[in-house]
Design a protein around this ligand. Structure first.
Ligand code: ADP
Length: 522
């Protein structure tokens, strides 16, 4: 293909932009769309005619005095365009003027092209003559068309336009969402049936459009949000509000959008309503249920707190009285009966531990969490201090990574978490094996994943998902004493610090408890 043809076919977008910018600057856009896309057909048609002519012969298409330009194949697309514009009410002079700027855009393109001087001059002249022929073509056709024929054209076009309007009106009226169009003064320009019915009680579609009684109305309930939207200068805004409609109070999500203006003639705002009353009702009920649940939870925590407190006293009394009774009546008791006080004491101790754990759990619910940066090594050292005698007794070894991080945590909760985990590691091991506890960590984005590993009896796979549940135990009190509350406390305390806890273990393979915390300063 010839370089001029290639240039023109590859520059469609450039030509659209250039012609549109001439049209806007010189005010021709009042008859046309200002969307680039709307100019594509004319540019594509003109370019194709020009390229076809040039590909056929590079000879300059000079103009002979006796030619019939209405039958000129070069001019045929121009003639079609002229008819289209004429039927829209554009005059010959206006169209001729507009054509000058189409021509100018092609000449601009050629003058800016990277062509040799001779080739550029030839291309320019060819293009000038091509446009001359197009102009001669449509001027001849135009003046040769009778008034009657032109009137017929206008009437036909008018019918088509009315149908076109009706099509868009039908679509607009059929939208199930209420939509209101506001003009530049923020008064109603049009509104669809859904909106007219809901906000103004209109009984039939089209009543707003044809009756015009709602046009220029204002919407007082919208005025505040509208002013805020206009002041913000943004293209789009959303907000939620309730409105007293003809069908009662409804809750809406409202979207305000500046109009996507396709011809720079309509500069209003589109208001689209989405009725979310049902969703809102569900939300309100959910919020109410959550609030109720929180109150119930709080009551339950208070209840278990006071119950635990009240149970401590009687336990002490039972212990004391059992000892007194046993001492006073030792001689009348049988051998077997003499063991009863010890059995009672053991049971009472178990009950005491149970109450302690329950109290600790209940206290968690009442505690406010205060997160601050804490060196994990410091927390572990404190726990080891508290458990030192138990650890010594068991001959336990603690291995701690020497780069343990600073985490963002609540000191009381952290102490509780790690002392419960260590306590379990000391408890759940074969009798002859000395416990070993290793604390390591790794970073995962902003989080520290801490691992507490022991060499104990391990936990069977199928039980692992349950062991963080309250009162869940795998062993009897005789095998390993406990209450089944320790890990429930661990889980709750970790979650209160927005972390997670999980486990990896297997029977006789030790257990690894993983805990996630935010790293300090993240
Ligand atoms: P408790 O230790 O008071 O029974 P926990 O909630 O701390 O209650 O533990 C629940 C159950 O999980 C325990 O009964 C035990 O069977 C099992 N378990 C907890 N920690 C370990 C561990 N480190 N190794 C093996 N089993 C464990």
């Amino acid at each position: 293909m010839k370089p001029l043809s290639e240039l023109i076919l590859n520059s469609e977008r450039w030509l659209m932009k250039r012609t549109l910018s001439y049209a806007i600057t010189l005010n021709y856009a009042k008859f046309t769309s200002t969307l680039e896309e709307a100019w594509r057909t004319s540019i594509a048609g003109l370019s194709q005619s020009l390229v076809d002519a040039f590909e056929q012969s590079e000879a300059i298409p000079e103009i002979n005095i006796d030619e019939d330009f209405t039958r000129d194949s070069l001019a045929s697309f121009g003639i079609l365009e002229a008819q289209r514009h004429r039927s829209r009410g554009v005059t010959l002079i206006m169209f001729l003027g507009l054509m000058k700027y189409y021509r100018q855009s092609y000449i601009d393109l050629i003058m800016e092209a990277d062509f040799a001087a001779f080739y550029r001059e030839h291309s320019r002249l060819f293009t000038e003559r091509f446009f001359d022929r197009v102009e001669l073509g449509f001027v001849s056709e135009w003046i040769g068309t009778s008034m009657e024929a032109r009137l017929g054209e206008l009437q036909e076009k008018n019918r088509l336009m009315t149908n076109e309007k009706n099509k868009y009106l039908t679509i607009f009226e059929s939208l199930s969402n209420p939509v209101i169009l506001l003009n530049e003064d923020h008064k109603i320009d049009n509104l669809n049936y859904a909106a007219a019915e809901l906000f103004f009680g209109q009984k039939s579609p089209g009543a707003a459009y044809y009756g015009e009684n709602l046009i220029e109305e204002t919407l007082p309930w919208l005025s505040k949000s509208l002013s805020a939207f206009i002041e913000s200068g943004s293209g789009e805004a959303r907000f939620e509000t309730d409105i007293d409609t003809e069908k009662g109070w409804k809750y809406f999500e409202i979207k305000l959008m500046r109009m996507l203006d396709v011809s720079e003639k309509f500069k209003g705002i589109t208001v689209i309503f989405n009725d979310i009353s049902e969703r809102r009702q569900i939300e309100i009920e959910r919020e109410k249920n959550i609030a109720e649940l929180e109150v119930k939870n709080h009551e339950l925590e208070l209840f278990s707190y006071s119950i635990s407190h009240d149970l401590r006293g009687p336990l002490l009394t039972i212990k004391e009285l059992t000892e007194t009774l046993a001492a006073r009546h030792r001689e009348i008791l049988t051998e077997e009966e003499r063991n009863y006080p010890d059995d009672i004491n053991r049971a009472v101790d178990h009950m005491g531990r149970f109450i302690d754990d329950l109290l600790n759990y209940a206290r968690l619910g009442r505690k406010s969490v205060s997160l601050r940066p804490l060196p994990l090594s410091f927390v572990i050292a404190q726990v080891m201090d508290v458990l030192s005698s138990r650890m010594q007794e068991a001959g336990a070894t603690i291995i701690m990574a020497d780069d343990l991080p600073d985490i963002s945590g609540d000191q009381t909760l952290l102490l509780q978490i790690f002392s419960n985990l260590f306590d379990n590691a000391l408890t759940y091991r074969p009798e002859q094996r000395s416990p070993e506890i290793a604390i390591t960590w790794q970073q995962d984005n902003q989080q520290a994943i801490i691992c507490v590993a022991d060499n104990g009896i391990g936990i069977p796979q199928e039980q692992q998902e349950h062991i963080f549940e309250m009162f869940y135990r795998l062993h009897s009190e005789d095998e390993y004493p406990g209450t089944g509350i320790g890990l429930a406390i661990v889980k709750k305390a970790v979650e209160m610090q927005d972390g997670r806890v999980w486990i990896e273990s297997g029977v006789n393979r030790g257990s690894k408890f993983y805990l996630s915390f935010m790293l300090a300063g993240r």
